[in-house]
Ligand binder design. Structure first.
Ligand SMILES: Cc1cc2nc3c(=O)[nH]c(=O)nc-3n(C[C@H](O)[C@H](O)[C@H](O)COP(=O)(O)OP(=O)(O)OC[C@H]3O[C@@H](n4cnc5c(N)ncnc54)[C@H](O)[C@@H]3O)c2cc1C
Ligand code: SF4
Ligand code: SF4
Ligand code: SF4
Length: 369
């Protein structure tokens, strides 16, 4: 396998379940990818995501300009767009299906099973978020943020818990059937072939960008996370036309993008073969929570926890996803030390985001990789 080094410096990241898989691979393979800067992983619940350009076109067909959208929510099986002048436009999710990214149909994780903490709206009352506490690190973060009054918590109701489990099971069932269908027609979904680490090492040993293209990008499995772009030591991956492209030649022996990608093979010490038997993955506790002052998508909890991690210097930087300044509602990830950036990024942008790309800034500060 190829080798690189990454500057140390702790980062807290927010992201969808597929982002959490990539972050877990960066951590697991730090011996070859370089030490991962990601220290705290806050995952979001995610049933599906949308193509920004398809969504924009769909709105345009209905005479709606993205610039007029003030807020976007998924509720009661519809996508709701809250517009200027107090107007509201809604599309039933069934009708918005054509805008769902193809890679989401093979995703088996609703609740970010590989994170320290998972945050979602399902399961809690309006104005509150659900938190699944998965690790001791996540437990401490929530406990301390509550003690310091960044968040308040309460037990989750039994009906809420049941709803989360039902949705997680539904996603796994429906998408397993799509995976089986793709496998049957020769479009293998290789990230679901969890294997022992020795087998993994052998499988990926000779794989380079051309294999990433064939095994992931060309078959509609790429989640557009930017992990390949971040990790490439040659800096030759560019995300253009909504997919990673190569602008140069791979040196012999380098396979780093293939190793880091969340949609290539995954060793079973990251994602166990039994993962799908537990609808919500492993966890310590599930609660409802909200930030007392902050306005977020739901309880503002994701923002409050990132704010807490930064303000208390538990991390040096955080990655958040804000809206692009040039294209309304287009998600844009940002690595920042600034609490104001974290607060500005509150709210869900329903489109894919190359969340790992800004981590390249850490390498620049270190003289490059
Ligand atoms: C694509 C997508 C689909 C989702 N689907 C569901 C669902 O089906 N059911 C459910 O219960 N919850 C879902 N969520 C989570 C939900 O929308 C809220 O983000 C969550 O409840 C946290 O609310 P909050 O008020 O605590 O967050 P806030 O305090 O508002 O913070 C939201 C955080 O999300 C980050 N963010 C925004 N957009 C993106 C993005 N595209 N990718 C990565 N990070 C982003 C921002 O950086 C911000 O830090 C989804 C989120 C996303 C991004
Ligand atoms: S692949 Fe799609 S559905 Fe799965 S976590 Fe990523 S954005 Fe969400
Ligand atoms: S694109 Fe080539 S050089 Fe860059 S990480 Fe992949 S295999 Fe290595
Ligand atoms: S090909 Fe690159 S952008 Fe796509 S899922 Fe893999 S690492 Fe992420």
């Amino acid at each position: 396998m190829g080798e690189t080094t990454t500057k140390q410096g702790k980062v807290a990241m927010i992201g969808t379940p597929c982002h959490m898989i990539a972050a877990s691979k960066l951590d697991r393979f730090s011996d070859i990818l370089g030490e991962s800067p990601i220290d705290i992983k806050i995952g979001l619940f995610c049933m599906e995501n949308f193509s920004y350009s398809y969504m924009k076109k769909l709105l345009e067909k209905n005479n709606i300009d993205m610039n007029d959208v003030k807020e976007c929510r998924i509720e009661k099986n519809s996508l709701w767009f809250y517009l200027k002048e107090d107007k509201v436009f809604k599309i039933p999710l069934e009708k918005a299906k054509s805008c769902v990214r193809k890679n989401c149909n093979i995703c088996m994780d609703f609740t970010s099973e590989l994170s320290d903490l998972s945050v979602g709206s399902v399961g809690s009352q309006e104005g509150w978020s659900t938190i699944i506490i998965r690790t001791d690190k996540g437990f401490e973060l929530v406990k301390n943020a509550e003690n310091d009054k960044y968040i308040q918590t309460k037990p989750i109701e039994e009906s809420g818990l049941k709803l989360i489990k039902n949705l997680a099971n539904k996603k796994k069932k429906e998408n397993l059937s799509e995976i089986t269908k793709r496998e049957r027609v020769g479009r293998p979904v290789i990230y679901r072939r969890q294997m022992p680490i020795t087998e993994f090492t052998e499988e990926v040993s000779k794989c380079q960008f051309k294999d990433l293209k064939g095994d992931v990008i060309d078959i509609g499995a790429c989640v557009l996370c930017g992990a390949c772009d971040f990790i490439c030591p040659e800096g030759i991956i560019k995300i253009e036309d909504r997919k990673p492209q190569i602008k140069g030649k791979c040196p012999e022996g380098c396979n780093l993008c293939y190793v880091a990608c969340p949609r290539t093979y995954i060793p079973d010490d990251i994602l166990s073969k039994d993962a799908d038997k537990k609808p919500l993955g492993d966890y310590i506790k599930i609660i409802s929570a909200k930030a007392p002052i902050l306005k977020g998508q739901d309880g503002g909890v994701a923002t409050a926890l990132l704010n807490y991690a930064l303000s208390k210097k538990l991390v040096d930087d955080v990655i958040v996803v804000d809206k692009s300044t040039s294209e309304a509602w287009k998600p844009e990830s940002k690595l920042t030390k600034n609490v104001a950036d974290v607060l500005n990024a509150a709210g869900t942008k329903y489109a894919a985001c190359t969340i790992f790309t800004p981590l390249k800034e850490l390498n620049k500060g270190n003289g490059g990789v």
